[in-house]
Design a protein around this ligand. Structure first.
Ligand SMILES: Cc1ncc(COP(=O)(O)O)c(C=O)c1O
Length: 400
């Protein structure tokens, strides 16, 4: 019998990171001591003053009705102010901001508004799992340009230029990048902007969700380059930098035409984001930034810890991530080897092997467009990281 479900959903891939997390949870529930390094989720709690703002908002009783579709005006103003002052996006005003149910929703809204059937979107690869699926859902065609270990997984402006066709509508990247932790420098973004400026119908989607976890000390927004505000949708949110994944608040800053379209789209799908979550987000963006800075310091400490442990594992090849909370090592040295009844032919097999033998869950690089790599999240305690890397080293050492 044919499925009752639409081709749209039948053709969609399941999120590989969520699938791995589910598998790890199932094993954990059987009493197996699994260390999960597969999810892109801070292990910190939302800072206290943000929690308090949500409690106060409930007590005030003013935020229980449908909120404005694009977000409360004071939150949109606070976001625009931050973008002007910290990101040098001088044209950002409240009217350019649309608050959504997480950055994932912001990205989905944006592609829904930009893409016609057959429009191409260039994706800097390795890339965050959801980009390609959202683009396809909106009728678009993902076109990958690939970075590699040698250039810190950063595809170049020249590669972008070579990938552009008359059908190209947009280009998307994340910086700091999920899954590689790489950060585009100002010079690299200026080169990308030069290419985009040659194509008047092309838009940049700059995913800056890991902005606050950037170890280079220099965050640069492509929308701050003269002439680029009109061509850029800056995506950001509260999940990573403020440890607020469950609150589901993200936003775009876009030229008015796109911002208005996204508001219209959101008005039909979800209406505005939860009022209480927006009040918490306002406390995050306008309040004390110390907790976010302290979390970033902890991530840097862990990055250095894991770097040392990975360098001690023969066969693992890694670059040094400059942001986010991931390593993305090349694991090809283990392909074609066997142990404990498993044969490892690719990164998918290696993840299954490590889950079964080391009881550590990672995500295959195949999910991010890089089948020679695996993604290790270090958003976990130092004790768990040390134990996990010890187990990984032992299991990989068994492969022959
Ligand atoms: C690169 C990137 N963009 C966007 C998102 C979505 O974040 P949110 O929780 O705000 O939907 C994620 C979350 O994993 C991400 O890694």
């Amino acid at each position: 019998m044919n499925s009752i479900l639409s081709d749209r959903i039948l053709n969609m891939e399941e999120s590989a990171t969520l699938a791995m997390a589910k598998k790890a949870r199932e094993l954990k529930s059987q009493g197996i001591d699994i260390i999960s390094l597969s999810l892109g989720e801070p292990d910190f709690k939302t800072p206290k003053h943000i929690q308090q703002a949500a409690k106060d908002a409930i007590d005030e009783g003013k935020y229980f009705a449908y909120p404005p579709v694009a977000g409360y005006q004071d939150l949109r103003e606070a976001i625009a102010k931050k973008l002007r002052e910290e990101n040098n996006i001088t044209q950002a005003k409240a009217e350019n901001i649309v608050v959504s149910v997480g950055a994932k929703h912001s990205i989905a809204n944006t592609f829904m508004c930009l893409l016609n059937e057959g429009d191409e979107v260039v994706i800097f690869s390795p890339y965050w799992v959801s980009y390609a699926e959202i683009i396809k859902l909106c009728g678009g065609v993902p076109v990958l340009i690939e970075g590699n270990l040698e250039n810190n997984f950063k595809a170049t402006a020249a590669q972008l230029e070579a990938a552009i066709t008359p059908k190209t509508k947009a280009v998307i990247y994340s910086s700091p990048c999920n899954p590689t932790g790489s950060v585009f420098s100002q010079t690299e973004l200026e080169a990308i902007a030069e290419v985009v400026k040659k194509h008047p119908n092309m838009v940049v989607i700059a995913d800056e969700i890991y902005e606050l976890i950037n170890f280079t000390g220099k965050n640069f927004s492509i929308a701050s380059i003269p002439g680029m505000f009109e061509r850029t949708v800056t995506v950001n949110g509260f999940s990573k930098g403020y440890a607020m994944t469950g609150w589901r608040v993200g936003y775009i800053c876009a030229p008015l035409e796109i911002a208005k379209a996204v508001e219209k789209m959101q008005g039909q799908f979800t209406s505005g984001n939860t009022g209480i979550a927006q009040r918490a987000a306002l406390a995050g963006i306008a309040g004390d930034q110390t907790p976010s800075k302290e979390m970033a310091e902890q991530y840097l400490k862990r990055r250095d810890l894991v770097l040392g442990l990975l360098r001690d594992i023969p066969g693992i090849k890694t670059h040094v991530p400059e942001g986010a909370f991931y390593f993305f090592p090349d694991v090809t040295a283990f392909f074609g080897k066997s142990a404990h009844g498993h044969t490892v032919s690719n990164a998918d097999d290696l993840c299954i092997y490590l889950l079964a033998v080391a009881n550590v869950s990672l995500v295959t690089g195949g999910a991010f467009g890089a089948p020679n790599c695996v993604r290790i999240s270090y958003a976990a305690s130092e004790a768990d990281l040390i134990e996990a890397l010890k187990r990984i080293k032992k299991a990989l050492g068994d492969l022959a």
